[in-house]
Structure formats: C-alpha cells, structure tokens
Design a protein around this ligand. Structure first.
Ligand code: ADP
Ligand code: MG
Length: 327
C-alpha cells in the first residue's frame, strides 16, 4: 500500500487559531513549536452506531477539532498542556507510559495515541515532546472528541519520530489503541478523522477498512444540536454494555447455528460466515432470542461456560460487575 501520510501545507499567517496557539506555546515552554497536528471530530449522519458490530457507517467530519502544537527534544519526557484550564498539565517519562482505565483523565487519551503508534512502529524508545493541545469539540457530546484527541496524539507521535504511516493504517492503529482506555469502539471515529475530505461524507466499511465518498447535496447545511448532557464513555459502562450485548448475541447465535463461536465477536462477521442476507439474519435473530432480558446464568447455560469464563473472555473490564442484567 502506498504510504499517503496525512500532511498539508497551511498558510500560517492566515490562521489566527494557529498564531494564538503558537503564542501560548511560547508563553508556556519558552520555545517555538516545531509542527502542528490536527484531527477533526465527527457526526454520524444516520445515527447507526454499528461499527463495533462490523457494519458500515456513514459519518462526516466536522470543523471542530483537536489541534496540537509540538516541539521535540531528547529529554524522553512527554510534557502535555492544554489551552482549556479544565485539563491539567501532565508530564511522564516516555519509557513509563501507563494508562489508568479507572481514572480516564484527558492525558490518558493522548497516551493511547502515543502508545498505539509506538507499538505499531515497534519503536523501542521515544523522543521527548512538549505539546500544547487546543480543542474545539464539545467533550462527551457524541462528536467524538476522545477519538480526535487519540488520533491527534497518534499524528504527533508519528511526526515526532519522523515516520510516515498511511491514513488507513493510522486509522486502524488509533481505533485499536483507544481501547487502552477501556472503550471498545469499532473504528468509525478514528477512520473518519483520518479519511475525511471536505464536501463529502464517507461510507466507512470494515475488514478491510475502506472509505467511499457520499456526496452531500450542494448547499446542504447540517445543524448539530447539543443537549449539553455529557456522557463520558470511558468513565461509565453504558457504551461498553452495548458492545458486549452485541458480542454475546453473536456468540449465542453462532452456537445455535453450529459454528465455532469462541473467536466470533461481531454480528457483521457472523452474517458473512452464515452467508445470510440482512432480512434472513433478522429472521434468525427473532427465532433464537426471547424479548425479555437475559441473566448471566442463562447466557452461561446457553454458551455452556462458567461465569468466570464469561467475565474473562467475553465481558469488558467495566461490564464485569453489571448485576443480573447483562443484556
Ligand atoms: P466524546 O463523545 O466527545 O468522544 P468521550 O466521553 O468519549 O466523549 O470523551 C471525552 C473525553 O475526551 C473528555 O473527558 C476528555 O478527557 C477528552 N477530551 C475531549 N476534548 C478534549 C480537549 N479539548 N482537551 C483534552 N481532552 C479532551
Ligand atoms: Mg468518545
């Protein structure tokens, strides 16, 4: 695959936000930034959050984004600061990166991106960086500020190590590494953040990851309303509950159809294995499942596994203690 690293030339003098960030950077670190990295948030146009089931999705990037100004040094220390005083300064040795899922603070999302690209490129050590982050995506509002931050950190790590990674590989890498903080997303957010182009939405399909333009009507204006109710995905189990519900459903369906179910995680992959149309797949779902919630006991009985195996092999860390109702 030809490497098509995501670099663009921007007229610095025409960009007030960059100028302001540069000034703030100099104020903070007493040196100029070496480069800037930027990753947009997204809106999902028809609301189908089914990427974690392996199904295609239709997002478009939005103007709001995460922007970072960066300098590189040989201190092997990662120094992070944010223009929003809500997000506190953080500093860590590049050789001791840990991500605390129990306490998902902003800098851990950044470290997800650093660690993801480090692992992808098998980098035994990282240089030191100084980084000032400026975000315009309302956080925890469903516009994927978290993934934009992870993707921006991935770009920062790629560039500060003077490497080139294709957009597709960056998207796949950042989709995997946001899971370090505990949210088991499917890859839509990171894919559109890297693969978006102006004036078009993208049909994103997985396995293999690909993006197809979906031309938006000329002159169309999208209004995104914010209820101002925040949902912090890594700090609660709501998001992962949906993911593991679909995972468990995949396994139960696969087992009833006589398939080797333990490696199957996604309904979309199961559908391909079964060779069924979507309509036929829906018939099977209606036939196999009852509408009442499933208890852990019932799931274990159906899959012929112990509660321990359910916890260790199927549930995520933050859905292990969900009481009776897993589904
Ligand atoms: P979203 O729907 O926006 O992705 P999440 O709950 O997944 O919501 O992620 C929100 C988290 O992302 C915030 O709690 C914060 O840790 C991080 N974040 C978002 N925007 C910024 C920002 N501008 N600077 C630093 N961290 C940010
Ligand atoms: Mg998020």
């Amino acid at each position: 695959m030809a490497v098509n690293p995501p670099k663009t030339k921007v007229l610095f003098s025409a960009n007030q936000r960059l100028q302001k960030l540069k000034e703030a950077f100099i104020g903070k670190y007493e040196e100029s930034p070496l480069f800037y990295a930027c990753a947009p948030g997204r809106v999902n146009l028809i609301g189908e959050h089914i990427d974690y089931c392996g199904y295609a999705v239709l997002p478009m990037a939005i103007e709001q984004n995460i922007l970072a100004a960066v300098s590189v040094n040989n201190s092997q220390t990662i120094q992070l600061a944010n223009t929003n005083p809500k997000y506190k300064d953080f500093s860590v040795s590049a050789s001791e990166l840990t991500i605390d899922r129990e306490n998902p603070q902003w800098h851990y999302y950044f470290l997800c991106g650093v660690k993801g690209v480090q692992d992808q490129l098998s980098l035994s050590s990282l240089p030191g960086i100084r980084c000032l982050v400026d975000g315009t995506i309302p956080a925890s509002s469903g516009l994927s500020s978290s993934s934009a931050l992870v993707c921006c950190a991935g770009l920062v790590t790629m560039e500060s190590n003077q490497k080139a990674i294709s957009k597709i590989l960056l998207a796949e890498t950042c989709a995997k590494c946001e899971r370090y903080i505990g949210t088991e997303g499917g890859g839509m957010d990171q894919s559109i953040s890297f693969l978006a182009e102006e004036g078009t939405a993208k049909l994103i399909e997985f396995n293999p990851l690909r993006a197809t333009d979906v031309k938006l009507p000329d002159g169309a204006v999208f209004v995104i309303a914010n209820s101002c109710v925040e949902m912090n995905k890594a700090a609660s189990s709501h998001f992962n509950i949906r993911v593991v519900e679909c995972r468990i459903a995949t396994k139960i369906l696969a087992k009833t159809r006589g398939l080797e179910w333990s490696g199957l995680q996604k309904l979309g992959v199961l559908q391909i294995e079964l060779g069924l149309s979507l309509d036929k797949m829906l018939d099977v779902v209606e036939k196999v499942f009852h509408p009442e919630p499933y208890s852990r006991e019932e799931i274990c009985k159906l899959l012929e596994i112990t509660t321990e195996q359910l916890c260790n092999n199927i549930l995520s860390a933050n859905t292990q203690h969900g009481g009776q109702r897993v589904m």
